[in-house]
Ligand binder design. Structure first.
Ligand code: NAD
Length: 490
């Protein structure tokens, strides 16, 4: 039975500049996945609440001061938001540790800083953005303006709640839009603070709204709402398909960042001193609950045993424990449902004849974590890349190491997937690094590194990993409408 913590949080819906209850006063409870304690009671929006939030956002867009402000004024408020995020970084990271189970130390040092940077980057970007001009001889001239689209719905997943929301919110607000945000229902804490943060930064009421609740009700109400002009969604491929259908009647502009099953290819000339620790991060960071996880590790046969031995040792050295404690590398999985999904793959792996190298069970933990949804870092070896554990996104600390002989074979296995979010390649051979990078069908390829992000660079997926790109001008183009103005000069 879940216990209630002493300081259980009450979280309201943030609409038109204030936090308040749902119109029917319904709430849902959120638990800490490390302990199963109830940590928050959250107002659960109804369709009427979503309707109110969308209308408020529409009114703020059409009639409020946000759209009339100069770009410099808007950007100054966004920079203030970034400053406040940094001032409140401990609180934000504690919240993500509480409901996601994400290690606090890594979140406060990396993800929250990146969240502030997401907002600041697009504030700066909007100020520097130019347009295009196309003279037609002496008779006409065309020039381009980038105008806001209108009301945006930002729908985000539970694995990186705060940082991923700001990655959308920065360009959305910098482009002059207003917004209704919906975080995932099991991780509402950190994103709920964005209302407060926007207000303190001087963003006018009604520009930023946050509604809470389940995807099939609140998310669906947003993606079908006539006042919502665009949907920026990060989450599973299955939900992406649903949103594409539900947004069709009102012809919404969409951007989708979806699932992945990245190949992490390790050639015999790789520098294993670097490849092993980075492959460990790629496999087990955030308990493997990362869309970019290198969950299929393709290793050239000549170094297979050597790599596997080092990789296994490094995995067993990871400290699995309380996400709030410094030094913890891996926390729990996010929820019971997700734990059941991830651990179902342990049975599938056995049925498919995969060889278990390590993990596959609950770790030994202190008594107070005994109810947490913990799983040891788990490594399988499988020769058959068609096996379900090599094809499906497990989204947990479970990876498969697959041997290959030739470059052609590695490429074939890497591309033999429905997904195409990213790939990783480890080699000291420059020509091979380029060849593989060109031929792996994925939106990002990391060579001799993993998860290095430049906010100017395009980010997104090929195939079933997404539609569109985020980052730099790609984000700004999504969150604006390009308008051409053609002037007769005579
Ligand atoms: P999910 O698709 O179940 O949920 C994501 C969000 O969509 C949640 O807020 C949820 O409430 C909402 N939602 C669910 N059903 C909906 C509906 N019918 N209409 C509208 N909204 C709905 O995904 P998840 O389990 O929260 O997240 C994990 C998935 O996200 C993984 O597949 C992962 O790869 C993907 N992801 C992708 C990226 C990326 O950048 N490509 C980043 C992080 C996570």
């Amino acid at each position: 039975m879940p216990r209630v913590t002493a300081d259980v949080k009450d979280i309201g819906l943030y609409i038109n500049g204030e936090y308040g209850p749902a119109e029917n006063e319904d709430i849902f409870e959120v638990t800490n996945p490390a302990t199963q304690e109830i940590i928050a009671r959250v107002s659960e929006a109804t369709e009427e609440d979503v309707d109110r939030a969308c209308r408020v956002a529409r009114d703020a867009f059409e009639n409020g001061p946000w759209g009339k402000m100069s770009v410099a004024e808007r950007s100054a408020k966004l920079r203030k938001m970034a400053d406040i995020i940094l001032e409140r970084k401990e609180e934000i990271a504690r919240y993500d540790a509480m409901d996601v189970g994400k290690p606090y130390e890594a979140t406060v040092g990396h993800e929250v800083a990146r969240a502030a940077n997401n907002i600041r980057f697009f504030a700066d970007f909007a100020e520097k953005q130019g347009g295009e001009t196309y003279p037609m001889g002496e008779e006409f001239i065309n020039y381009t303006r980038y105008e806001p689209v209108g009301v945006a719905a930002l729908i985000t997943p539970w694995n990186v709640p705060f940082m991923l929301t700001t990655w959308k919110l920065g360009p959305c607000l910098a482009g002059g839009n207003t917004v209704v945000i919906k975080p995932a229902e099991n991780t509402p804490l950190s994103v709920s603070l964005l209302g407060d943060i926007a207000k303190e930064a001087g963003v006018p009421d009604g520009v930023v709204n946050v509604v809470q609740g389940r995807g099939d009700i609140v998310g669906n109400a947003l993606t079908t709402h006539p006042e919502v002009d665009l949907v920026s969604f990060t989450g599973s491929t299955a939900t992406g398909k649903r949103i594409l259908k539900s947004g069709a009647d009102t012809l919404k502009k969409v951007s989708f960042e979806l699932g992945g099953k990245a190949a992490n290819i390790i050639f015999e000339d790789a520098d294993l001193e670097k490849a092993v620790p980075e492959s460990i991060k790629a496999a087990f960071m955030n308990s493997g609950q990362v869309c970019l996880a290198g969950s299929r590790i393709l290793v050239q046969r000549s170094i297979f045993n050597q790599f596997l031995e080092k990789f296994k040792k490094a995995a067993q050295d990871l400290k699995v424990g309380d996400p709030q404690e410094n030094g913890t590398d891996m926390g729990p999985l996010v929820s019971e449902t997700h734990y059941n999904k991830v651990t179902s793959y342990l049975e599938i792996a056995e049925e498919e004849g995969a060889t278990l190298i390590c993990g596959g069970k609950r770790p030994e933990l202190p008594q107070y974590l005994s109810d947490g949804y913990y799983l040891e870092p788990t490594i399988y070896v499988h020769e058959n890349s068609k096996a379900r554990i090599c094809q499906e996104e497990i989204f947990g600390p479970v990876v498969t190491v697959i041997p290959f002989d030739t470059e052609e074979e590695a490429l074939h296995i890497a591309n033999d997937t429905d997904y195409g979010l990213n790939g990783v390649v480890w080699t000291e051979n420059l020509q091979r690094a380029h060849r593989i990078s060109h031929h792996v069908r994925a939106g990002t390829i990391w060579v001799n590194c993993w998860f290095v992000r430049d906010l100017r660079a395009p980010f997104g997926g090929f195939k079933k990993s997404g539609i569109g790109r985020e980052g730099g001008h790609h984000s700004m183009e999504f969150f604006t409408e390009a308008k051409n103005i053609c002037i007769a000069l005579n």
